[in-house]
Design a binder for this molecule. Structure first.
Ligand code: ANZ
Ligand code: ZN
Ligand code: ZN
Length: 847
């Protein structure tokens, strides 16, 4: 039998499909297990081997859990809407719809080719109007509950994407899709989702999640809770005294009330919508000139939100990326420091964010480095209020006792925070507040290939939601691409009637961010054919939450926050009775090209699964990919490596051709087998697939060293290989005479009684000896000498053990081996090494 992997793989894929082997059903007495990989955006170039790695990791879990008698839900679908599809379709001169349909077909074919055990009966794509209808439904529900609102504000605009982006989609001032493209700021009226309503709960629940620690930290930083105090400052325009104009007040947010005696100026965000309330006539021209210079500054240039003492710098966020020059301009107004009654100037600056806190800061140049630089640049006063540094040279950001702070002098600054807060509270000029960095989620997109937002604009009634019964609002097919938002080019689609007054109205032409689609797709798998509701609450209640979610770490602060928000919001709307979607999360490593280079089309080193399948078979590829490293680590593709795996597969086939079955189980194999069951089971549970594969290979070595094996024991070996190599194991299982699918067999349970520790110890002793011999051999070789023979001296009790393994030793060392007991009369021992032999540690002499 030659290993005709293509024939074997296709044969079993067909059988699995015909017999619905992976069909999942909620009517089961077994315990449920939901395993899910982040669904892909179907690109025209098809899957690459990196996808294959990701999905194989999930497939191993799914198969393993199924064999462990869980009722497994393992579905797959397609994140079909979105910008890349639209752009690619435009480039190919095709409409996104047939273009994406083709890509989905190709993805499905390739996924089946990998042998992934998905329940294809549950698949869907987000471009199906039967799916995005429910996006619209949820939008309306959110609108009713005040979780959706429309607002004009400064928003991030990617000139390449030609659309606005959410905060989460701006990475270090650049578009998340276009790392070379600086974000521009536009003032537009857009739709927002009130994710901030759940900021506190999103933060608190992170601790309950069994997720990689670094993802949890990233989310915490992104949500960014900050306990501080809001202080009210009175503002006086230039030339007036506080008696003449009273009433104009601005509050600021600070985490450092202890530094209030050191406040020597204020800075308001240059993008603050109320900036001109502060600008006096005499300064108007100056300020306008300054703003012109800053025009379309990226959020990156907006600089850092100041970080207080002792608090680690927050994660990389658009608003707080470090900026270069701090620039500003005097507004003409002054503020009154509520503690000192000093009159201090108010500047507009580029390093204060408009929508954090109040958009104005009290500047303490003695103890905040940005304020320090700003003060130096504009010749502003620097006042030292915490002892310990030298504020002539730089801001002192450490802790210490207060100075120049009136009644609070001598207090430790941490203590002073409390005291000063109380003092301000008594004057009714301050109160404790909590600030979050998390912003509401901007979901409007000026693009075609997304879910139409279900509202109309009526001249009489204003914004009117479309009634539920009229959903879905389908995307019109006829649009022109290339000039702005394609939806604005179909007038017949735009023109509609107002649901309220029946008069003329126009449809919203913005579509939803496609992260909306991926925020709840995992719920739809639980009930993908429901036409009355997005899903049945009971079915979702049975399957959810996802027990094991698998996907890339790049989604830490995008998809994974949106999905958590959705779950909580839908719970409060009565659709769910749980608040977290993904119990466990796993971030797979990346597959790189040969030599560790990133795989990319331009480098021409992308590995195509179709080619791999043809040349090596998918079982081989799966085994190879998973044996390279533990699943969370990066790994390199290697043509030699996969050849090695193919060799192993061929060895199994050849072994099976010549297999001799014993009637009874052979104790030595039983011992090996049960020890392996114990270890491999644990290793798969702990995601140590590479170690499990080493164990499987070692087990096979031991098995193939024996002359016979019982049918049952060979079957157990196949079962353990099955999650990694599903097709060949199905084939050999069948050839063993079984009528069942190995996919649905029970995972073997280790019988500890059968593990013969003596055999195991012997084996270990032989392994150690072989390694020792090889080490000496290496030393000899490095000196330019050769050896052909090894003479081994063992204590008499151990002679039997080593003697029985002489063949194996010879094979492992490539030497002719002779074994003597130390007391043998006729032993060959020219260097008198036998005297050095100890129990378990034979003497070695090479010649
Ligand atoms: C005075 C002060 C003195 C500050 C000092 C820090 C150090 P987190 O912890 O990130 O919330 N801040 C407040 N609103 C801001 C805005 N809209 N844009 C930029 N910075 C802003 O940081 C809170 C600190 O960030 C606040 O405390 C404030 O500066 C600044 F030695 O107030 B601090
Ligand atoms: Zn972009
Ligand atoms: Zn109307």
């Amino acid at each position: 039998m030659t290993y005709n992997f293509n024939q074997i793989e296709q044969k079993w894929q067909k059988k699995w499909e015909e017999k619905k082997v992976f069909h999942a059903d909620e009517n089961s007495s077994k315990k449920k297990f939901y395993v899910l990989e982040m669904f892909p955006y179907p690109s025209a170039s098809g899957l690459h081997m990196g996808h294959a790695l990701n999905y194989t990791i999930g497939d191993v879990i799914a198969r393993f859990k199924r064999m462990n008698q869980f009722n497994v839900l393992y579905p797959m679908g397609f994140d079909a809407l979105g910008l890349p599809a639209e752009n690619a379709a435009i480039k190919a001169g095709e409409h996104p719809k047939p273009f994406t349909q083709k890509a989905i077909k190709n993805y499905t074919r390739q996924m089946k080719q990998i042998g992934l055990s998905y329940d294809w009966g549950r698949t869907f794509s987000t471009m199906d109007s039967e799916y995005y209808k429910w996006n619209q439904f949820f939008f309306l529900k959110f609108l009713e509950k005040g979780l959706v609102y429309r607002k004009k504000s400064a928003v991030n605009w990617c000139p390449k994407c030609k659309t606005v982006l959410a905060n989460e989609q701006v990475h270090n001032g650049k578009c998340w899709r276009h790392e070379d493209t600086e974000i521009e700021i536009k003032h537009l009226e857009q739709w927002f989702i009130k994710t901030t309503k759940y900021a506190e709960e999103l933060l608190k629940d992170i601790d309950r999640l069994d997720w990689p620690e670094r993802i949890k930290i990233m989310q915490k930083n992104w949500i960014g809770k900050s306990n501080g105090i809001e202080i009210i400052f009175e503002i006086i325009p230039k030339g007036m005294t506080s008696k003449e104009v009273s009433g104009k007040k601005w509050s600021i947010f600070t985490t450092r009330p202890d530094t209030i005696f050191g406040v020597t100026f204020m800075v308001v965000s240059a993008q603050h919508p109320q900036l001109f309330d502060l600008v006096t006539n005499s300064e108007k021209r100056n300020v306008e000139k300054f703003l012109k210079k800053l025009k379309s500054v990226s959020e990156k240039e907006m600089g850092n939100i100041k970080t207080p003492l002792g608090v680690p710098q927050r994660g990389a966020r658009p608003q707080i990326a470090e900026c270069g020059g701090k620039e500003g301009v005097f507004t003409g107004s002054y503020a009154i420091n509520p503690m000192t009654n000093e009159k201090i100037p108010v500047y507009a600056g580029n390093f204060v964010v408009a929508d954090y806190g109040s958009g104005m800061v009290m500047a303490v140049p003695g103890h905040d480095q940005r304020d320090f630089e700003f003060a130096k640049k504009y010749g502003l006063k620097i006042k030292e209020v915490i002892f310990g540094g030298n504020v002539k040279h730089e801001a002192y950001t450490g802790s210490g006792k207060l100075i120049n702070s009136g009644a609070f002098n001598g207090l430790d600054n941490d203590e002073a925070k409390e005291h000063i807060t109380i003092a301000l509270k008594e004057k009714k000029l301050g109160k404790k507040v909590v600030q979050f960095k998390l912003r509401d989620w901007l979901i409007s997109r000026q693009r075609y290939w997304g879910t139409p937002i279900p509202v109309v604009y009526c001249d009489k009634c204003g914004i009117v939601p479309i009634p539920e019964k009229d959903l879905p609002i389908k995307l019109p097919n006829k649009v022109k691409f290339g000039k702005g938002n394609p939806l604005t080019t179909n007038e017949t689609w735009i023109k509609t009637k107002c649901p309220k007054c029946k008069g003329n109205a126009r449809r919203e032409t913005d579509t939803m961010d496609t992260f909306f689609d991926s925020s709840w797709y995992y719920l739809r798998y639980c009930d993908n054919k429901n036409s009355k509701l997005p899903f049945d609450k009971k079915k979702v209640g049975y399957w959810m939450p996802v027990n094991q979610y698998i996907g890339g770490a790049e989604h830490a602060c995008m998809h994974l926050i949106y999905a958590r928000f959705f779950t909580k919001a839908l719970r409060d709307l009565g659709f769910l009775n749980f608040g977290e979607p993904f119990t466990r999360l796993f971030n797979q490593g990346m597959l790189q090209g040969e030599g560790g280079e990133k795989m990319s089309k331009s480098k021409g080193n992308v590995i195509n699964p179709d080619v791999v399948s043809k040349n090596y078979g998918m079982d081989t590829a799966r085994l190879f990919l998973l044996s390279l490293a533990s699943p969370e680590k990066d790994r390199d593709w290697s043509e030699d490596g996969i050849k090695g795996s193919l060799k192993f597969m061929n060895r199994i086939i050849t072994y099976f051709e010549n297999i001799k079955f014993s009637k009874l189980a052979i104790p030595k194999i039983e011992s090996k087998l049960n020890k392996a069951i114990k270890e491999i089971t644990k290793q798969i549970e702990h995601f140590e697939y590479n170690l499990a594969i080493i164990n499987i290979r070692n087990l096979f070595d031991s098995i193939s060293n024996e002359k016979e094996i019982s049918r049952e024991n060979f079957g157990i070996f196949l079962k353990m290989l099955h999650p990694f190599c599903p097709h060949i194991t199905e084939e050999l299982w069948h050839n063993l005479g079984n009528k069942t699918f190995i996919s649905l067999e029970n995972w073997p349970v280790a019988d500890e009684k059968k593990i013969d520790e003596k055999i195991e110890r012997q084996e270990e002793a032989v392994e150690t000896l072989a390694a020792d011999i090889n080490n000496i051999l290496r030393i000899i070789n490095s000196k330019g000498q050769q050896a052909k023979k090894a003479f081994i001296y063992v204590i008499p009790k151990e002679k039997e053990i080593y003697y029985s393994e002489i063949e194996k030793l010879s094979k492992k060392t490539n030497l002719d081996i002779q074994i003597f007991a130390v007391n043998d009369k006729n032993k060959y021992d020219p260097k008198s090494i036998s005297g050095k032999a100890k129990p378990g540690k034979p003497g070695i002499y090479l010649e």
